[in-house]
Design a protein around this ligand. Sequence first.
Ligand code: 5GP
Ligand code: MN
Length: 338
Amino acid sequence: MNLEHLNALKKLLSSPKKIAIIPHKNPDGDAIGSTLALWHYLSNNGHLATIVAPNDFPKFLKWMPGAQQILNFERENSQSKTVINEADIVFTLDFNHLGRVGQMSEILESAQATFVMVDHHQEPSDYASIMYSDVSMSSTCEMVYVLINQLGDENSITPDMANCIYTGIMTDTGSFKFAATTSNTHRVVADLMDKGAEGTEIHHRIYDTNSPSRLHLLGCALKNMVILNEYATAYITLSQEELDKYNYQKGDTEGFVNYGLTLDGIKFAVIFIENKEEGIFKISFRSVGDFSVNDFARKHFNGGGHTNAAGGRSEDNIADTIAKFTALLPLYKNQLQS
Ligand code: 5GP
Ligand code: MN
């Protein structure tokens, strides 16, 4: 965070405040990890802080210290609204525009609080008067770590906070392997281990708590994979019917898209997942190298994210969605083959 914004934030936090902390809709490990770490930090420093998530999050994140205190805007609607309306400060974490909170955007837009953004996605919008946006960061969790250091409170990082921050860095970097993982990320993680983060235990709780039906769903997804070598592309589809057949639970499809990239020569991997209730296909895009899935998602599928990981949506049926997608590939053939 630059000095001007940092000083403004320090001043804001110099007396006890009512604070709402908001992750994006369908929060992932980074969103939950960063909001929880910040929540612990602010609560330990005398503020009345509350996390309000736009909707529920996966079971494999519910062990995180403080997770039971998170309000779910869909489930605890009036309590959530009160927290946001009465807040002096609203921190928004791990997203770059208010559309990313779904139904909650309206109430955030009318809130009177001072907004603070902490985020690593490209092209942030300007709703926050205090901004910490850095697309070079591995994760919002790494940014929360840096921010706490900048506020001079590195010694106030507790083992609970260290575990939360470690989790988000780990999930957003694919266990420290994606391109956004820097030497500094590793230094941060090393310090978090010194401060009590239990790396092995966290890996176990996130990655080794599968249900049999989730693995069967993965089998179905891999069977559905279509490989287009000409475009160095692999895509997967999952229909609502297939999700239902394998007893889909929130978070079950997390990471499926990455399997496409494990194929030799594949640079662009996509998964289309039906959500009948919302009448859409939620799409995840992943790439290796220079091909920007952020641009692709933004231009064609109403989404965005990072260069190598982005999301989007389609309101068309599966046949039309796939037809649209495959018709676009020739336009990117040069980029995908280089
Ligand atoms: P995922 O594919 O795991 O849902 O998301 C990949 C990345 O893109 C994440 O950083 C996520 O926050 C971002 N992302 C996912 N969906 C959207 C979307 O619809 N719009 C934008 N702007 N970003 C998205
Ligand atoms: Mn993130």
